[in-house]
Structures are given as structure tokens and as C-alpha cells.
Design a protein around this ligand. Sequence first.
Ligand SMILES: Nc1ncnc2c1ncn2[C@@H]1O[C@H](COP(=O)(O)OP(=O)(O)O)[C@@H](O)[C@H]1O
Ligand SMILES: O=C(O)C1=C[C@@H](OP(=O)(O)O)[C@@H](O)[C@H](O)C1
Length: 146
Amino acid sequence: MLHLEFYDSDQEIERRTGADIAWVFDLEGEEGFRVREENVIQDLTELQGIVLATGGGSVLSKETRNRLSARGIVVYLETPIEKQVARTQRDKRRPLLQTEEAPREVLERLAAERNPLYAEIADFTVRTDEQSARAVASQIIDQLGF
Ligand SMILES: Nc1ncnc2c1ncn2[C@@H]1O[C@H](COP(=O)(O)OP(=O)(O)O)[C@@H](O)[C@H]1O
Ligand SMILES: O=C(O)C1=C[C@@H](OP(=O)(O)O)[C@@H](O)[C@H](O)C1
């Protein structure tokens, strides 16, 4: 049976810094966070036999996009804005959403900038709004042909 190790770029940043993501944003701003994110993804994409969940903003880096495309099979988990709003509304750990601006507007702005970048590197896309996380995972496994 195939065994894949799971990594998450945010968790890896938190492990290396000993700080949570919100704290990294507070101390170093988004710019500092993005440098850390790029470095972590550079290291993790050197590994084999892993599943890597990246932060949603990681694709803003061209180097990261190139590394993900070159080293892995990229699955774009597509979620409509409506669902993104619902799933994040009680979560206080997302610094980009802790602003005066309405979450929906922020999410729409981020989507407009990022969706073309997700599309650019995705090997395939799975919608996450119509099914449970388990069903999404099973659909990905089917698509991969494992
Ligand atoms: N397919 C799904 N069905 C229902 N809830 C989901 C699904 N996928 C994610 N969620 C929920 O949405 C929230 C955000 O998910 P998360 O995986 O943290 O998103 P991301 O890492 O992309 O920001 C979590 O509370 C999670 O349980
Ligand atoms: O979209 C973004 O820019 C971010 C998404 C977060 O990760 P998730 O996509 O796992 O929520 C985390 O990296 C940080 O708060 C910034």
C-alpha cells in the first residue's frame, strides 16, 4: 500500500519559528511571511512521497509556482466565495481576514488575483463545496489513479 507523509506549509512555518501564523504576520508583515512560505515550500518540494497542503497565497510567488509544477501533481481545491465566507467566519487565525474590510470583499479580491494562478499550475481541479472532506480526498485518489 502506498504511504504518503502529510505536510502543511503553515504548520511547517509554525514549527520552524515557534510562532503561530498570526504572530509571524504581526512581527514581519505579509512580506516576511511570504519569504518564509517560499523557503519552506522550496525545502518541502525536495521531498518525495508526500502530500503538501500549501497556504492559499503561496501561488503568488513565481518560484513557488514553478517548484510545485515541476515537482508534484497540483490539485486545485476550488471553493465558491459563499462557502469560503461561511467556513472562515468564526476563525480568528487568518490575518488577511482580520481587517475592517468585509470578509466577502477581501475573499473576492484575493480570488480575482489568485484564481488565474491556481488555474495556471493545476493538474486537475476538485470542487470542495458539494461533498465532505473524506469524499474530496477519495475523488483526488481516484483521479490520481492510485
Ligand atoms: N469539504 C468540506 N466540507 C465541509 N467543510 C469543509 C470542507 N473542507 C473544509 N471544510 C472546513 O472549512 C474550514 C476551512 O478548511 P481548511 O482546510 O482550514 O481550509 P484552508 O486550509 O484552505 O484555509 C475548516 O473548518 C474545515 O473543516
Ligand atoms: O490565503 C492566504 O494568503 C493565507 C492563507 C493561510 O493558509 P490556508 O490557505 O491554509 O488558510 C495562511 O497561509 C495565511 O493566513 C495566508
